[in-house]
Ligand binder design. Structure first.
Ligand code: GLY
Length: 253
Protein backbone atom coordinates (compact mmCIF):
# COMPACT_ATOMS: atom_id res chain seq x y z
CA UNK A 1 0.00 0.00 0.00
CA UNK A 2 1.42 3.41 -0.98
CA UNK A 3 2.05 5.99 1.79
CA UNK A 4 1.35 8.83 -0.64
CA UNK A 5 -1.26 9.47 -3.32
CA UNK A 6 -2.10 12.39 -5.55
CA UNK A 7 -5.59 13.53 -6.48
CA UNK A 8 -5.61 15.59 -9.66
CA UNK A 9 -8.35 18.17 -10.10
CA UNK A 10 -7.64 19.87 -13.43
CA UNK A 11 -4.13 21.32 -13.02
CA UNK A 12 -4.37 21.25 -9.24
CA UNK A 13 -2.89 18.42 -7.20
CA UNK A 14 -3.82 17.41 -3.68
CA UNK A 15 -1.16 15.28 -2.01
CA UNK A 16 -2.52 12.65 0.38
CA UNK A 17 0.04 11.38 2.88
CA UNK A 18 -0.15 8.76 5.58
CA UNK A 19 1.92 10.16 8.40
CA UNK A 20 2.73 10.06 12.12
CA UNK A 21 1.25 12.42 14.71
CA UNK A 22 4.53 14.38 15.10
CA UNK A 23 4.69 15.13 11.37
CA UNK A 24 1.14 16.38 10.95
CA UNK A 25 2.06 20.07 11.16
CA UNK A 26 5.64 20.18 9.91
CA UNK A 27 6.50 22.69 7.21
CA UNK A 28 9.66 22.57 5.17
CA UNK A 29 9.50 26.05 3.69
CA UNK A 30 9.63 29.14 5.91
CA UNK A 31 6.42 31.04 6.58
CA UNK A 32 3.58 31.32 9.00
CA UNK A 33 1.05 28.64 9.77
CA UNK A 34 -2.34 28.97 11.42
CA UNK A 35 -3.47 25.76 13.09
CA UNK A 36 -7.25 25.47 13.48
CA UNK A 37 -8.44 22.96 16.11
CA UNK A 38 -11.57 22.46 18.13
CA UNK A 39 -11.68 21.84 21.90
CA UNK A 40 -11.39 18.09 21.36
CA UNK A 41 -8.79 17.90 18.62
CA UNK A 42 -6.38 20.27 20.36
CA UNK A 43 -6.11 17.52 23.01
CA UNK A 44 -5.40 14.86 20.38
CA UNK A 45 -2.18 16.64 19.36
CA UNK A 46 -1.10 17.90 22.80
CA UNK A 47 2.62 17.27 23.21
CA UNK A 48 3.21 16.49 19.54
CA UNK A 49 3.41 20.06 18.21
CA UNK A 50 6.72 21.90 18.49
CA UNK A 51 6.69 25.48 19.78
CA UNK A 52 7.40 27.83 16.92
CA UNK A 53 6.93 31.57 16.75
CA UNK A 54 5.77 31.29 13.14
CA UNK A 55 2.92 29.02 14.20
CA UNK A 56 -0.38 30.42 15.47
CA UNK A 57 -3.22 28.37 16.91
CA UNK A 58 -6.95 28.91 17.20
CA UNK A 59 -9.26 26.55 19.05
CA UNK A 60 -12.93 26.66 18.08
CA UNK A 61 -15.81 25.42 20.21
CA UNK A 62 -16.62 21.84 19.19
CA UNK A 63 -19.76 20.71 17.41
CA UNK A 64 -21.91 21.18 14.35
CA UNK A 65 -23.74 24.11 15.91
CA UNK A 66 -20.49 26.11 15.68
CA UNK A 67 -20.15 25.47 11.96
CA UNK A 68 -21.13 29.04 11.30
CA UNK A 69 -19.94 32.45 10.14
CA UNK A 70 -18.80 33.32 13.68
CA UNK A 71 -16.19 30.55 13.57
CA UNK A 72 -15.03 31.58 10.11
CA UNK A 73 -14.72 35.19 11.22
CA UNK A 74 -12.68 34.17 14.28
CA UNK A 75 -10.20 32.35 12.00
CA UNK A 76 -9.97 35.24 9.55
CA UNK A 77 -9.36 37.73 12.39
CA UNK A 78 -6.64 35.53 13.85
CA UNK A 79 -4.97 35.24 10.43
CA UNK A 80 -5.13 38.98 9.84
CA UNK A 81 -3.85 39.94 13.31
CA UNK A 82 -1.03 37.39 12.96
CA UNK A 83 0.10 39.10 9.77
CA UNK A 84 -0.49 36.10 7.54
CA UNK A 85 -0.04 36.49 3.80
CA UNK A 86 -1.33 34.46 0.86
CA UNK A 87 1.89 32.40 0.89
CA UNK A 88 1.22 31.18 4.40
CA UNK A 89 -0.74 28.06 5.31
CA UNK A 90 -3.96 27.29 7.16
CA UNK A 91 -4.15 23.86 8.80
CA UNK A 92 -7.52 22.37 9.69
CA UNK A 93 -7.13 19.63 12.31
CA UNK A 94 -10.33 17.89 13.25
CA UNK A 95 -13.41 16.11 12.07
CA UNK A 96 -15.60 17.16 9.16
CA UNK A 97 -16.76 20.34 10.88
CA UNK A 98 -13.27 21.73 11.52
CA UNK A 99 -11.98 20.66 8.09
CA UNK A 100 -14.93 22.32 6.33
CA UNK A 101 -14.63 25.56 8.33
CA UNK A 102 -10.84 25.86 8.13
CA UNK A 103 -10.79 25.18 4.39
CA UNK A 104 -13.62 27.66 3.85
CA UNK A 105 -11.70 30.35 5.77
CA UNK A 106 -8.55 29.51 3.75
CA UNK A 107 -10.49 29.89 0.51
CA UNK A 108 -11.60 33.39 1.56
CA UNK A 109 -8.45 34.80 3.14
CA UNK A 110 -6.71 37.01 0.59
CA UNK A 111 -8.82 35.26 -2.07
CA UNK A 112 -7.27 31.90 -1.31
CA UNK A 113 -4.46 30.74 0.97
CA UNK A 114 -2.96 27.25 0.96
CA UNK A 115 -4.73 24.79 3.17
CA UNK A 116 -3.49 21.53 4.70
CA UNK A 117 -6.06 19.26 6.33
CA UNK A 118 -5.33 16.85 9.16
CA UNK A 119 -8.58 14.90 9.55
CA UNK A 120 -9.01 13.28 12.96
CA UNK A 121 -12.19 11.26 12.40
CA UNK A 122 -12.66 8.34 10.05
CA UNK A 123 -15.45 10.24 8.33
CA UNK A 124 -13.23 13.25 7.69
CA UNK A 125 -10.38 11.01 6.45
CA UNK A 126 -12.45 9.21 3.84
CA UNK A 127 -14.97 11.86 2.92
CA UNK A 128 -15.06 15.41 4.33
CA UNK A 129 -11.40 16.31 3.76
CA UNK A 130 -11.25 14.85 0.25
CA UNK A 131 -12.44 16.74 -2.80
CA UNK A 132 -12.49 20.40 -1.81
CA UNK A 133 -16.03 20.98 -0.57
CA UNK A 134 -15.78 23.64 2.13
CA UNK A 135 -18.48 25.51 4.01
CA UNK A 136 -20.73 26.24 6.91
CA UNK A 137 -24.35 25.76 7.87
CA UNK A 138 -26.51 28.82 7.37
CA UNK A 139 -29.99 29.81 8.58
CA UNK A 140 -30.71 26.23 9.61
CA UNK A 141 -29.56 24.71 6.32
CA UNK A 142 -26.64 22.29 6.19
CA UNK A 143 -23.55 23.36 4.19
CA UNK A 144 -25.54 26.21 2.62
CA UNK A 145 -22.62 28.60 2.21
CA UNK A 146 -19.24 27.46 0.97
CA UNK A 147 -16.73 27.10 -1.81
CA UNK A 148 -15.01 24.43 -3.87
CA UNK A 149 -11.40 24.75 -2.69
CA UNK A 150 -9.21 21.62 -2.57
CA UNK A 151 -6.56 21.29 0.11
CA UNK A 152 -2.93 21.35 -0.96
CA UNK A 153 -2.21 18.39 1.28
CA UNK A 154 -4.17 15.96 3.41
CA UNK A 155 -2.21 14.26 6.20
CA UNK A 156 -3.70 11.05 7.49
CA UNK A 157 -2.55 9.77 10.88
CA UNK A 158 -4.31 6.47 11.53
CA UNK A 159 -3.14 6.50 15.19
CA UNK A 160 -5.46 9.39 16.07
CA UNK A 161 -8.46 7.13 15.43
CA UNK A 162 -7.65 5.14 18.59
CA UNK A 163 -9.38 7.71 20.77
CA UNK A 164 -12.39 8.22 18.49
CA UNK A 165 -15.71 7.40 20.23
CA UNK A 166 -17.31 4.22 18.85
CA UNK A 167 -20.35 5.98 17.33
CA UNK A 168 -18.03 8.36 15.46
CA UNK A 169 -15.98 5.44 14.19
CA UNK A 170 -19.11 3.66 12.98
CA UNK A 171 -20.33 6.79 11.26
CA UNK A 172 -17.05 6.96 9.31
CA UNK A 173 -17.33 3.28 8.53
CA UNK A 174 -20.70 3.96 6.93
CA UNK A 175 -18.89 6.23 4.45
CA UNK A 176 -16.34 3.50 3.73
CA UNK A 177 -19.18 1.05 3.07
CA UNK A 178 -20.82 3.68 0.86
CA UNK A 179 -17.66 3.94 -1.23
CA UNK A 180 -17.38 0.15 -1.46
CA UNK A 181 -20.99 -0.15 -2.63
CA UNK A 182 -20.58 2.67 -5.13
CA UNK A 183 -17.66 1.13 -6.95
CA UNK A 184 -15.06 -0.93 -5.15
CA UNK A 185 -15.84 -4.63 -4.96
CA UNK A 186 -12.38 -5.36 -3.54
CA UNK A 187 -13.02 -2.99 -0.65
CA UNK A 188 -16.41 -4.57 -0.03
CA UNK A 189 -14.73 -7.98 0.08
CA UNK A 190 -12.08 -6.70 2.50
CA UNK A 191 -14.72 -5.23 4.82
CA UNK A 192 -16.56 -8.55 4.87
CA UNK A 193 -13.47 -10.74 5.23
CA UNK A 194 -11.70 -8.62 7.84
CA UNK A 195 -14.77 -7.51 9.76
CA UNK A 196 -13.21 -8.22 13.18
CA UNK A 197 -10.00 -6.38 12.37
CA UNK A 198 -12.01 -3.44 11.04
CA UNK A 199 -14.13 -3.33 14.17
CA UNK A 200 -11.16 -3.48 16.55
CA UNK A 201 -9.38 -0.75 14.50
CA UNK A 202 -6.37 -2.84 13.52
CA UNK A 203 -4.08 -0.07 12.14
CA UNK A 204 -3.02 -1.89 8.98
CA UNK A 205 -6.57 -2.86 8.09
CA UNK A 206 -7.87 0.63 8.83
CA UNK A 207 -5.14 2.13 6.64
CA UNK A 208 -6.12 -0.25 3.85
CA UNK A 209 -9.80 0.71 3.95
CA UNK A 210 -8.97 4.42 4.23
CA UNK A 211 -6.57 4.14 1.32
CA UNK A 212 -9.15 2.43 -0.93
CA UNK A 213 -11.84 4.91 0.06
CA UNK A 214 -9.63 7.89 -0.66
CA UNK A 215 -8.71 6.36 -4.01
CA UNK A 216 -12.36 5.92 -4.99
CA UNK A 217 -13.40 9.39 -3.91
CA UNK A 218 -10.29 10.89 -5.54
CA UNK A 219 -11.18 9.27 -8.85
CA UNK A 220 -14.73 10.64 -8.71
CA UNK A 221 -13.82 14.21 -7.78
CA UNK A 222 -10.96 14.16 -10.28
CA UNK A 223 -13.47 13.95 -13.14
CA UNK A 224 -16.41 15.82 -11.60
CA UNK A 225 -15.06 18.35 -9.13
CA UNK A 226 -18.12 20.62 -9.14
CA UNK A 227 -20.71 17.90 -8.84
CA UNK A 228 -22.22 18.23 -12.27
CA UNK A 229 -22.58 14.49 -12.70
CA UNK A 230 -21.18 11.41 -10.98
CA UNK A 231 -20.03 13.22 -7.82
CA UNK A 232 -23.68 13.39 -6.79
CA UNK A 233 -23.49 9.61 -6.20
CA UNK A 234 -21.20 10.37 -3.25
CA UNK A 235 -24.20 11.99 -1.55
CA UNK A 236 -25.73 8.50 -1.25
CA UNK A 237 -27.38 8.67 2.19
CA UNK A 238 -26.27 12.24 2.85
CA UNK A 239 -29.39 14.03 1.63
CA UNK A 240 -31.52 12.13 4.12
CA UNK A 241 -28.90 12.51 6.88
CA UNK A 242 -28.56 16.24 6.32
CA UNK A 243 -32.34 16.71 6.43
CA UNK A 244 -32.45 14.79 9.71
CA UNK A 245 -29.69 16.94 11.21
CA UNK A 246 -31.36 20.18 10.05
CA UNK A 247 -34.75 19.13 11.42
CA UNK A 248 -33.39 19.18 15.00
CA UNK A 249 -31.25 22.30 14.61
CA UNK A 250 -27.94 20.37 14.36
CA UNK A 251 -28.10 19.58 18.05
CA UNK A 252 -29.10 15.92 18.35
CA UNK A 253 -27.68 13.87 15.49
N1 GLY B 1 -19.42 14.30 0.61
C1 GLY B 1 -19.80 14.19 -0.73
C2 GLY B 1 -18.87 14.92 -1.64
O1 GLY B 1 -17.79 15.32 -1.25
O2 GLY B 1 -19.22 15.14 -2.76
Amino acid sequence: MKREKIIKIGDFETIIKFTEREQCFTREDPGKSLLVFDENTVEVFKGSIRDDKERETITLPAGEKHKNLGSVEAILKKALHSGMSRDDVFYGAGGGVVCDIAAFAASLYMRGTDCILVPTSLLAMVDASIGGKTGIDYEGYKNMVGTFFPAKEIRLCIGVLDSLPENEYLSGLAEVIKHALLGDERLLGLLEKERDKVMCRDPETVQAIVSSSVELKGNVVGVDFREEGDRAFLNFGHTFGHALESSVGFSRY
